[in-house]
Write a protein that binds this ligand. Sequence first.
Ligand code: PBG
Length: 344
Amino acid sequence: MNFAPAGFPAVRLRRLRQSAPLRRLVAETRLSVEQLVLPLFVRPGRKVRRPVGAMPGVCQLSPDELVTEARRAFEAGVPAVLLFGIPDHKDARASGAYARRGIVQQAVRLLKRELPDLLVITDVCLCEYMSHGHCGVVRADRHGARILNDPTLELLARTAVSHAEAGADLVAPSDMMDGRVAAIRAALDRAGFTETPIMAYAAKFASAFYGPFREAAESAPRFGDRRSYQMAPSNAAEALREVALDLAEGADIVMVKPALAYLDILYRVKTQFGYPTAAYAVSGEYAMIKAAAANGWLDERSVTLESLLALRRAGADILITYAAVDVARWLGEETGGRLSSARS
Ligand code: PBG
């Protein structure tokens, strides 16, 4: 077949597909270990590794085990971790979120001491620390319960500052209150942390794909749902407004979450704003691949790499994935395998 105009030579797109080195040479998008972020869950105790049911390979870890896991990631080439805390005690003010000796604050100090070159990002949210499991301060009234916006900002700002004081390299607010980025930026600056970047969960959707995470972080809301603060999956233009606002308020990196079902959002965020953009392949995305792979229905490695490559193609610079360590290993094997077969 020749689709070329008369008189022109045949167009043959398959010319560039004939060998692996040629295909690699013309690849438009690449995955690199430098882009990976591994989420980790820390809880009080010693020698604790509590597996998370729907996330095979993921555990809640005590600080000592957290260091072991973080070291494994760092040595595999993963440059950053994203920390979530599960406190001993929850209350209606989320006091564990901003306690000087809170679980995340302790973990950050320890990680920065043991692995100073590992980037430590902290998730800034209140849901894990609230007795009711919501991301903000709750007030009960005759219409039921409301999640209050502005009183929440103050607690989020305190939380972010306490993370920076412990040594966090970046803070990542995931609560979806209005104005949180501005509140956090102002508080960080006031406390002298003018150089601590904010990675904002800018377009975070109210998603059923977070199911397994809520078990992992013990943060399922006790009543209601998160739809009064997280975005409706139907809305793309609104996601762009969320991103624009977070950038105007001082976000340095913006995030789209979940990832694979929101590639259109990712693409638009990257094309429209051109800022460093992160995609969070969430717990449910991980669980789906793991479950299908365990049944022998999908090939875990190929599907994971293909999914992450799709996030890159859509515009993601930073890939947050529970599979980061495996991915780092697989990428290393690909390069290593090529070099050794070339030598032999
Ligand atoms: C906390 C938070 C959630 C996730 C990240 N930060 C859960 C939620 O909003 O309910 C989800 C991560 C995942 O599913 O992997 N607000």
